[in-house]
Design a protein around this ligand. Sequence first.
Ligand SMILES: Cc1ncc(COP(=O)(O)O)c(C=O)c1O
Length: 390
Amino acid sequence: MKDYALRNSSFLPSAFGEMTLLAAQYSAVNLGQGFPDFAPPDFVLQAAKEAFASNLHQYAPPRGHGRLQQALGRTLEPSLGFCPDPTLEVTIHCGATQALHATMQALLEPDDEVIVLEPQFDTYTPQVLLAGGVPVYVPLHPKEATWELDFQELRAACSSHTKLMLLNTPHNPTGKVFTRSELAQIAKIALEFDFYVISDEVYDRLVYGVDHVSIASLPEMRERTITIGSAGKMFSVTGWRIGWTVSSAAIASAIRAGLQWTTFAAATPVQEAVALCLERMKNENYEQDFRSSFLAKRDFLASALEGAGFKVWHPQGAYYIVADASRFTDNATEFSKRIIAEFKLAAMPMSVFYSAATRETAIPGFRFAFCKTQKTLEAAAQKLELLNLS
Ligand SMILES: Cc1ncc(COP(=O)(O)O)c(C=O)c1O
């Protein structure tokens, strides 16, 4: 038989899948993959019931279900600093993953350079490559309190070939939340080198004692920013697969030109359910409860990790903790397999958040997800205690 396409041949199975399989094999407490292990709130489940009971069982338009576009426009206005035109500027996708894909397909020509900050959410590099782009990596440096971008390094990585930068705030895996002044420096460089910014803000509701700022709200950035969000992260329903882009009408129409020939549209009743959730979340006091429950989880896990001898960067946002494991090992990838087998605890080695070219620079550490029940976190704390005593 003839060969398969080269296009996908360099992509290895995701390390997340491998870790989840290993965790299941050893019945380990799984703080590897970032999905909640608890039921979504009642009002979210109620919205799903109502949405499937309504008469919305046929195709939505490729740009999205009108009610969801409207609800998103209203929800995102405070952070964007403008109300996006729901019909022209808000586009619905099958999760943020597909929103990233559709946006890069719309923006990138072969050999366009894309700035990728590392550590990175592991989807970014394959998505850039699928769109024919060339990733250019710029490190975030671990400092005492948080991870920092060196703006001289960022500027040095940019050129007339730079088409796009992938920004993620709050950041997976480090939990960094970019400050307004950091975003202003990125914006200055984006204007100087005339590139677009994809701002992946899927954890925008989860910030702890700091403000989430959207780069699209900064002067002159609205037209060159594509802001991405995810209902999966916002309402703890990662299986619903609803995400969105907010962009200029011109970029939206380039994105939609591709959408109509690929996914066509996300599931209509699920879009309706997300719209109902957005419409109701204020009355439910949802955001405050969501944030405070995750803050308690963060603090619990951070202190268990510190108690076990890890150095921890207390995340300012999202639901992951990066912990330096140099007390135990200088090879976290090997060690991650050992702690699953011996201590029944799964976490992602930091190397998976780097490209093959830069993997060596990863700290000997792990990313632990804390989007888990108190019971799961307590079980993890017990395993950490055993690790500490070993
Ligand atoms: C930074 C970041 N962006 C995007 C996604 C993907 O979101 P979705 O599940 O909506 O595709 C994730 C999921 O973990 C993420 O961490």
